[in-house]
Design a protein around this ligand. Structure first.
Ligand code: ZN
Length: 511
């Protein structure tokens, strides 16, 4: 008798959910049953199994309407119960969300701290829940930009469904968010909202003019593009005044400084206000609105942050979080590059502005910035949003190196050959001459490779090309093997994520 049938027999004998969870937890023959996934709805009992080739949902007993609503195949069972095996697809996730409301994403505006864990492969959320459920931060499990969707070949419904199944698997009932990340157009925002995403990160970068303070001709030309009435109003609002924050910090604008801020940011501010009024304010469910001005060449100085934020507030925009571009560099997957003393000074001012207006600062490319986390953790006092994404993929790569080094070798060579393509959409400073020649590495040294910054960035930015690569026959070159490896070694992947994200939470004072 296989383990699914044995487990169903326990259900047929009337075992309670608690007894079933204990059996899944303690009895070796049930090690492929996720203990926390056992749930009951009316007469039906549901549980998830790991399966040889992929996870499945099993529903035993057709004594509830959900039994017919899940699509799947009926299994033979001698238990006397009807038993169905369902795929963890988008359609079935919608049935799950209907009957188990805790699996729906929610607004986390009332949570002081939130932590975004972009899961590019859709297999990390179980590990993320295990570490974040014991922390002060609430998880934003689904978090993808359009760029990431294109590079991974996934859709918003699929991204959300993967998070939903993980929430059910882990029985995580404390609420999670879903972030349509770095959205740039009304159509993108609308799409994410229509699919039920609960957070929108509006990327204003295409409306920000990158000009330097000494380029007066360009500044004057751009200034003239702003409507005269708006210019007059801004001058009246900002000139010859001192803005005193609750913390005591004062901010003021000289005519030149005001002009520069108007030229750089005003169109972005107008854009954010319009998106808010057209799409966010009118959405039937609450949306956590984040305004991001980080993906631009211009670091946001604190006065500019105030300039942007005060106008959003004046216009009645409910900002849940704001992502300035901090001084120094927040590159993908590696530690902070820059002057720590300057960062600390400016971060404190940004924090005071965020506190003044009552929103969270959002730290983008927030993974692995271990040298600045203690500063952020101390100053934010538990009010923060952090975004991580690619670092979770790098932990997956660690698992591949450990479990299937031959697969990693192929991925590594492919990444080196295709780096130029990836560099078109990700900015990194990695020097490929510093990446060790993997042919000379021992197994132990190979395992250490994901601690080397240049190698990290190489693999960090080539994920899309690796996932989409096809062989001559049109079959995936790496994708299926990557998923198979991570499925087989899920425990190891979860452990690595718990350790790695746990280190972030600890340094940020969120444990
Ligand atoms: Zn960003």
């Amino acid at each position: 008798m296989n383990y699914v049938e044995s487990f169903v027999q326990l259900i047929a004998k009337g075992a309670s959910v608690a007894e079933l969870k204990a059996a899944a937890q303690n009895r070796p023959e049930f090690k492929a049953v996720y203990p926390n996934s056992v749930h009951q709805y009316e007469q039906s009992v549901l549980f998830m199994v790991k399966g040889e080739s992929g996870k499945k949902l099993i529903i035993a007993n057709d004594g509830s309407p959900l039994f017919v609503e899940f699509s799947g195949k009926l299994l033979d069972s001698a238990s006397g119960l009807k038993v169905k095996e369902a795929d963890l697809n988008v359609e079935n996730s919608l049935v799950l969300r209907k009957y188990f409301p805790f699996t729906n994403p929610v607004s986390l505006a009332s949570a002081p701290a939130t932590f975004g864990v972009g899961d590019r492969l859709g297999v990390a959320s179980g590990g993320h829940i295990r570490v974040l459920r014991n922390s002060k931060a609430k998880p934003i499990l689904a978090q993808q930009s359009i760029r990431e969707l294109n590079l991974t070949g996934r859709t918003y419904p699929e991204v959300l469904a993967d998070a939903v199944w993980a929430v059910f698997q882990e029985d995580y009932q404390d609420g999670f968010g879903a972030d349509g990340d770095h959205l740039k157009t009304p159509a993108e925002v609308k799409m994410a909202l229509d699919y039920g995403f609960t957070m929108i990160t509006l990327d204003c970068s295409e409306h920000i003019n990158n000009v330097s303070a000494d380029d007066t001709d360009k500044i004057n030309a751009l200034y003239n593009e702003i409507a005269p009435e708006q210019r007059a109003k801004l001058e009246q609002t900002f000139l010859n005044k001192e803005f005193k924050l609750k913390s005591g910090l004062t901010i003021s604008f000289s005519p030149e400084k005001l002009k520069l801020n108007i030229v750089i940011y005003q169109k972005a501010i107008n854009f954010a206000i319009q998106i808010y009024n057209d799409l966010i304010r009118t959405n039937p469910k609450p949306v956590d609105f984040e305004v991001s001005i980080d993906e631009t060449l211009t670091p946001t100085d604190p006065a500019s942050h105030y300039f942007v934020a005060s106008q959003l507030m004046e216009a009645g925009v409910k900002v849940n979080s704001m992502a300035p571009r901090f001084c120094g560099e927040f590159q993908k997957g590696i530690d902070y590059i820059g002057n720590l003393a300057q960062f600390e000074k400016e971060y404190k001012e940004h924090q005071q502005i965020a506190d003044h207006f009552g929103y969270k600062l959002s730290i983008h490319s927030g993974s692995d910035k271990f040298s600045v986390f203690p500063i952020i953790g101390r100053e934010c006092k538990g009010h923060i949003h952090v975004k991580t994404a690619g670092t979770n993929w790098l932990e997956a790569v660690r698992v591949i190196i450990e479990a299937d080094p031959a697969l990693y070798w192929e991925m590594h060579k492919f990444a080196l050959e295709n780096l130029a393509e990836a560099k078109k959409y990700y900015h990194i400073s990695a020097d490929m001459n510093r990446v060790p020649n993997i042919e000379t590495l021992s197994d132990t040294e190979l395992k250490d490779l994901m601690n080397q910054n240049d190698a990290r960035q190489l693999i960090h930015i080539t994920y899309g090309l690796i996932l989409q690569a096809k062989d001559a026959a049109g079959n995936s070159r790496f994708r299926d093997r990557i998923y198979a490896c991570l499925h087989q070694h899920e425990d190891l992947y979860y452990e690595m994520l718990q350790k790695h994200i746990g280190k972030h939470l600890e340094l940020l004072n969120l444990t």
